[in-house]
Design a protein around this ligand. Sequence first.
Ligand SMILES: Cc1cc2nc3c(=O)[nH]c(=O)nc-3n(C[C@H](O)[C@H](O)[C@H](O)COP(=O)(O)O)c2cc1C
Length: 234
Amino acid sequence: MTDADAASPGPGPGAGPGPALDPAAMRKQYRVEGITEAELAATPVEQFARWFKDAAVEARLFEPNAMVVSTADAEGRPSSRTVLLKQFDEKGFVFYTNYDSRKARDLAANPHVSLLFPWHPMARQVIVRGVARRTGRDETAAYFRTRPHGSQLGAWASAQSSVIASRDGLDASYAELAARYPEGEQVPVPPHWGGFRVAPQSVEFWQGRLNRLHDRLRYVAEPDGSWRVERLSP
Ligand SMILES: Cc1cc2nc3c(=O)[nH]c(=O)nc-3n(C[C@H](O)[C@H](O)[C@H](O)COP(=O)(O)O)c2cc1C
């Protein structure tokens, strides 16, 4: 699907990391086939479902549901981290996390969020921009019950994003919980843990193509709930 370009010469000996490790010398030629307006699905979620299937089934990417979630705090200072997508449908894209984490604090102050799916081996990228809202407690509880026992305990053991004194303290707290809730015993849903659903306002589908003339097609939500598609210059 992607072929190596003619490698450009990297810096000489002693001038840097050498061609093999020099990011400026790393170039891939992307695929010939692009995406057209005509073949796009009616909604961005349907189009996402097609590409998600390509990533998972056709390209067999490792964790195609891993996405970079970017938030900004009340002062507009950005931060990013990888999170796993756990569900998507016309209502939005759902992930689960700790409600006391930095990302959750950002979202409480500023619900605008960006989700980026970096499907590099396919020369594809999807960027969702939208607004995040907490999932309902019933929905959170239903998902929590599907998690492995160890992950359920982990959600209790970790005060995500807080500074801790040592790894030992974390392991001790997990061990205490494991003694209190042995395998088979129901673990209550932590009140500080749950989902966010990102309702999309725009979704861009990026397909890498030859000579950096990539395709970028973006769905933008209209006030009446329909979607407009626009093409962006690469
Ligand atoms: C592949 C991968 C998947 C991850 N999935 C999640 C996730 O689903 N939920 C989560 O809270 N953190 C997840 N993390 C950890 C986050 O990247 C991050 O460290 C954590 O959520 C704290 O972020 P914050 O301090 O910015 O809130 C994942 C990390 C990686 C590398």
